[in-house]
Design a protein around this ligand. Sequence first.
Ligand SMILES: Nc1nc2c(ncn2[C@@H]2O[C@H](COP(=O)(O)OP(=O)(O)OP(=O)(O)O)[C@@H](O)[C@H]2O)c(=O)[nH]1
Ligand SMILES: [Mg+2]
Length: 245
Amino acid sequence: MPPAAHPSSDPRFTVPDARFVLGLADSATLPPAGLPEIAFAGRSNVGKSSLLNALTLRKSLARTSSTPGCTRQINVFDVRLGDGLRLRLVDLPGFGYAKRSKQERGRWGELIEAYLQHGGLSALVLLVDVRRGLEDEELQLVEFLRVVRGPDFPCAIVLTKVDKVSRSQAGKAVDAAARALGQPVIAFSSSTFQGREQLWTRVRAWVAQQQPHADPTPEITSPAFPSTPPGGRPAPAHHRRPRHP
Ligand SMILES: Nc1nc2c(ncn2[C@@H]2O[C@H](COP(=O)(O)OP(=O)(O)OP(=O)(O)O)[C@@H](O)[C@H]2O)c(=O)[nH]1
Ligand SMILES: [Mg+2]
């Protein structure tokens, strides 16, 4: 594996604030529209949670595991970049995990379908393992997104774990995915940070499109979704932060 590139100190790519705000296990209360919201979807174990940690330069903002099926709910994080830009990153549970029961996979499908249709979602990043390439599930997800959000809904394809293959294998996989979907593809590694600034640049462009006159706020002062509302009763269990071991 090549040595990890030192992430740049360019304030567009540094992340002074990153915090967990909400975990959702069902679609009853999807996050209300607020900050520009970018979600990360993909097969179980593809590296979604690791990519979020690499983007935010945190070791364990999102929980990762070598065992597939680690992320079992929709986890929402609010971040502020070095230049003040604020946005929301959403870690989705992975699909294609065969060891889950049929009922659980059905629930996952409903949750993700509801989530992808909710008004607050600004853009989707679909992660694909560089060694597997696009398979039926990924193509179906892209098609579903086109049907429910229209052909122009912002969506980026990221090939993960490129540190595990040679440069030429990664190049071939990028070309194949780009040809299949007719759009550019980003090669990414959470281990070496390859592709990190390219992905941030894409995400920032989406945010700028949505908020052309965004006035960067200096600090995230409180979570958008407190687990205990001021003076109120505690939020339902699925609103609380998942326990980290
Ligand atoms: N070498 C390498 N390993 C990676 C990379 N990204 C993730 N991994 C490893 O792949 C495994 C799965 O990573 P996760 O980030 O937990 O995957 P996930 O997509 O969030 O998985 P689920 O939550 O189960 O859907 C972990 O052992 C990670 O360390 C990468 O870029 N390079
Ligand atoms: Mg995960």
